[in-house]
Ligand binder design. Sequence first.
Ligand code: KDG
Length: 318
Amino acid sequence: MSEFLTIGEPIALFGSEEVDKSLKDAKFFQKFLAGAEVNVAVGVSRYGHSTQYITALGKDPFGEFIIDQLNENNIGTDYITQTSDYWTAFQLKERVSEGDPNIYYFRKGSAAAHFDPAILDKVDFSEVKFAHLSGIFPAISKQALTSFRYFIRLLEKHDIRTTFDPNLRPQLWESREVMVETINELASHAEIVLPGINEGEILMGSRNPEAIADFYLANGDKTQVVIVKLGADGAFVKERSGESYTVRGFTVDKVVDTVGAGDGFAAGLISALMEGKTLKEAVIRANATGALAVQSPGDNDGYPTPEQLAVFLKEHQK
Ligand code: KDG
């Protein structure tokens, strides 16, 4: 039994240790746990909530590494299957002094891409308060997309609150048109939609946060809140009631790696809402978690405990 559920593809990430060296030339790498949805599970768990992560892994060293990492992060593995037929995904990531790093995936035909939806019938939804959905898992294969739609139907049946992050990965989709159409249809099932401002432009054609929010509020009756992530500038929030506001971001001394900040944002938001905080308080925690994430090299190693969050907020909210 868990308060939080998510489904996704976990990845063994090799992050270069050599700043501004291409992946071809880099020789030294550090291994991390990555994958957008598992990042959110790490963040929610670090804030002290019980979580389950649903996926399929290969019976290989990366699969074993991921299981160890999930155990270390106190993330439930009850709904993880392992197969000898397919590999666990991995990826390489550059280390850059500024901007977003180049990333190279080795994930096509992975174990997660062959996910068997039968495991979803075993999921215990009785204590679940929130489920997080992202646009990556449905992009990795037709089978993953079918399983994802089935998962959404189960969440709807059990009346579970959901967040949806489009997490656009154009290289995983057959075309831009299919990506936009599928992501927007999937988003219509979520209570809270979390597009980044650049994603909003691709998905509905405007960089205006209010226009993006209005688009997703009109896209599906279920959607109650849209939060447009503005990077270092924070987030724009609009609720179905019409109320809207911007929550300022936090200034950080040094950005080490921006990947994983959006997942940290979702983890901060979800954990705070599960604790009964107001939406505004939850978005402040979301911004703070994202700001802490960008100061570390892995995707999720910068996500804070409640104590670390309290120290950060005390220092940055003077
Ligand atoms: O959001 C972070 C992810 O981009 C990273 O961990 C890898 O899941 C991943 C992906 O497919 O890009």
